[in-house]
Design a protein around this ligand. Structure first.
Ligand code: 8X3
Length: 250
């Protein structure tokens, strides 16, 4: 049983991962901006859940959160870099620059920032595990994916590059790459709060669930110490990578 830091723990994947890992006996530090939601989770999960205010897109907020972690916890055994978001599905030339900057600040800079905080301690102890939440959007290009897909390609390559730098150590690093996932606020946020458009994304489809992702995290974390899952791609059966578009002359 270990000490786990989950970012973006107030909702969606992060909340499900926190719940799952607490149920398995881990101590979970659940970090997020929305502390009211973390408090509710604390009421549910009890002493093995430690709510922590942290906005990974903000250096000062992350510094303050790590001062608390350093005071209260001896080390982190598992970092789950889950905080991230998609904003917009417009083609690149019609996208909003502020949306792009926010995705980069959270999905790229935030993930790197938290990793940069945690990694030296893991290397010093020659122990630990990092699980990053990438996406199929970082592997397959699709219309409207533009910067979101770019941030997830960063997550994938950063994960693999960490493996390269950590060669010879016992530290494990994984990129989980989910496809279409429902039952979370992800699509509502992506579609700027439009619940009808978000519901249409899942029309007639059984998507992955946050529970599927939490189970995957728990499986990877529970593998024997000599096994590293480099990347793992999950899609609902209803989604495939068929359909490379060909534009024909009229
Ligand atoms: C998002 C994956 O398939 O919903 O990370 O665009 S998908």
């Amino acid at each position: 049983m270990g000490i786990v830091l989950v970012t973006g723990a107030s909702a969606g994947f992060g909340e499900a991962i926190a719940r799952k890992l607490v149920s398995l006996g881990h101590t979970v530090i659940g970090a997020a901006r929305r502390t009211d939601r973390l408090s509710a989770l604390k009421d549910e999960l009890g002493t093995n859940f430690f709510p922590l205010a942290m906005d990974v897109s903000d250096q000062a907020s992350t510094d303050a959160a790590f001062e608390i972690i350093d005071r209260q916890f001896p080390h982190i055994d598992l970092l789950v870099n889950n905080a991230g978001l998609a904003l917009g599905v417009s083609p690149a030339h019609q996208s909003n620059m502020a949306d792009w900057e926010r995705m980069i600040a959270t999905n790229v800079t935030g993930l790197a920032r938290v990793t940069h905080k945690v990694l030296p301690g893991m290397v010093e102890r020659d122990a630990g595990q990092i699980i990053n939440l990438g996406s199929i959007a970082g592997v397959y290009a699709y219309p409207g994916g533009n910067v979101y897909g770019g941030t997830k390609a960063f997550v994938k390559q950063f994960t693999l590059n960490l493996r390269a730098d950590l060669a010879g150590s016992r530290i494990r690093v994984t990129d989980i790459e989910p496809g279409l996932c429902g039952g979370t606020e992800f699509s509502v946020v992506r579609l700027d709060g439009d619940a009808d458009k978000a519901a249409a994304v899942y029309q007639g489809v059984q998507p992955l669930t946050a529970q599927d992702i939490a189970d995957t995290v728990a499986w990877i974390a529970g593998l024997p110490a000599h096994v590293n899952v480099n990347t793992i791609e999950l899609m609902p059966v209803a989604q495939t990578f068929a359909g490379l578009k060909v534009t024909r002359d009229a």
